[in-house]
Design a binder for this molecule. Structure first.
Ligand code: ADP
Ligand code: VHF
Length: 372
């Protein structure tokens, strides 16, 4: 059996609190240095990597001298704000040794369900990847309470996987993978090496968290795999303490549990667009643009649009029709209706003189477009 990471170009690596903070004893510098070194090697192998790291609350507790995890949410939020400083400092200094820049991104689940913020987050992350920077993502615990209460960065890892259309989500934890039952409670439990992401059976195997430090347990990892699958991504659950785990996975060695996504990426993206979003407007395409979309797989540029109807915001879904009124595609539009009307029939270089700024040169990027 070969690791699915062997053929993955873009990956999201999620590391849990218990790993990052050495089970709550304080940030594990050596472990973080080691993952940074492995990620630098993955970059040399031509892979793109985004890191989702927990550990802010645990590190904040340590810095504030709190022995017990507080139950008051505002205290958890305060601890997260203190700990996040330490977390990013360590990542920054570890990656710098490999001449890699890091960027801090704090997100909430709401950011990713709001279409405008979704597009903004996506564009920022893509730009960082193009710049060869390693984004380090955590929840924005100051402004949300649900996530911090459940302490679940696995879901965030999956949402980021969907956002940037990563090929694989790698969840590093303190166990060697998913077992048939919680190995802390059942010594006869066996490692599941491979399964289909989204299988109902898997949810029965997963118990709660093994410690006070990590909160989500295996169930949130299984559900994260199900969510990652929606954009066609596979998930690997493996031990972050296994020697060279990321590099060996990328070289094709099967380590831990592989949860394979059966859906094709395009079908999954289509499903996502169809499931989630309501059509808010319509753009009519001239012959050139219709051909560019349907036959050449290109993005929609403002110059190819001859009519804009409806009232929509940046990030909302519009339908694209041809001159005969046939719906040919749907996609997330980069400009609000009023702006789209101003820039239609114009070349992308004219966007800035017309609007005074430019978000993207495309009206709808092909990655956000589904042909019908
Ligand atoms: N079927 C299972 N297989 C492996 N681990 C399990 C299973 N069910 C529950 N667990 C528990 O989940 C824990 C990992 O989750 P968690 O503590 O939230 O880690 P993290 O901080 O990495 O997200 C393990 O230490 C283990 O005790
Ligand atoms: N965002 C918070 C909580 C996240 C959390 O505990 O998640 P995890 O350890 O991955 O289950 C933190 O950084 O401490």
């Amino acid at each position: 059996m070969k690791s699915i990471l062997a053929n993955s170009k873009r990956l999201v690596v999620k590391v849990g609190s218990s790993l990052v903070t050495n089970s709550g004893a304080g940030l594990d510098h050596a472990a973080i240095a080691n993952w940074a070194e492995q990620i630098a090697r993955l970059k040399e192998m031509g892979r793109e990597v985004v890191l989702v790291s927990s550990g802010a609350v645990a590190e904040g507790m340590q810095r504030l001298g709190w022995k017990k995890r507080p139950s008051a949410v505002h205290e958890l939020q305060a601890a997260a704000a203190v700990g996040q400083m330490g977390l990013v400092q360590v990542y920054e200094s570890c990656f710098r040794k490999h001449s890699l820049h890091t960027a801090q991104i704090l997100l909430t689940h709401d950011d990713l369900s709001d279409r405008k913020r979704y597009l903004n987050a996506r564009t920022t992350l893509r730009t960082l990847l193009e710049l060869n920077v390693i984004p380090i993502i955590n929840e924005n615990d100051t402004v949300v309470t649900d996530e911090i209460r459940f302490g679940d960065n696995d879901t965030l890892g999956a949402l980021v996987t969907n956002l940037i259309e990563a090929d694989t989500l790698v969840i590093l934890t303190d166990q060697s993978g998913l077992f048939s039952a919680d190995p802390r409670k059942d010594p006869t439990a066996t490692l599941i090496q491979e399964a289909t992401a989204g299988e109902a059976e898997l949810e029965k195997m997963a118990g709660g968290a093994g410690s006070d430090i990590g909160r989500g347990g295996m169930l949130t990892k299984i559900l994260a795999a199900k969510r990652a699958m929606r954009s066609g991504a596979h998930t690997i659950i493996a031990s972050g303490r296994e020697r060279d785990v990321l590099v060996r996975l990328a070289q094709g060695e099967a380590i831990g549990t592989q949860l394979i996504a059966q859906t094709m990426p395009i079908a999954a993206r289509k499903q996502w667009l169809a499931d989630h979003l309501q059509v808010r407007g319509r753009v009519m395409l001239d012959e050139g643009a219709t051909k560019a979309l349907c036959l050449e797989g290109k993005s929609l540029l403002p110059i190819g649009v001859c009519e804009v109807s409806g009232d929509f915001e940046r990030g909302e879904v519009v339908t694209c029709i041809d001159r005969d009124g046939r719906e040919i595609a749907r996609g997330l539009i980069n400009y609000a209706a009023g702006e789209a009307r101003k820039i239609m029939r114009h070349a992308s270089v004219e966007i800035e003189p017309i609007l005074g700024y430019v978000d993207e040169p495309e009206l709808i990027h092909r990655d956000n477009l589904v042909l019908l």
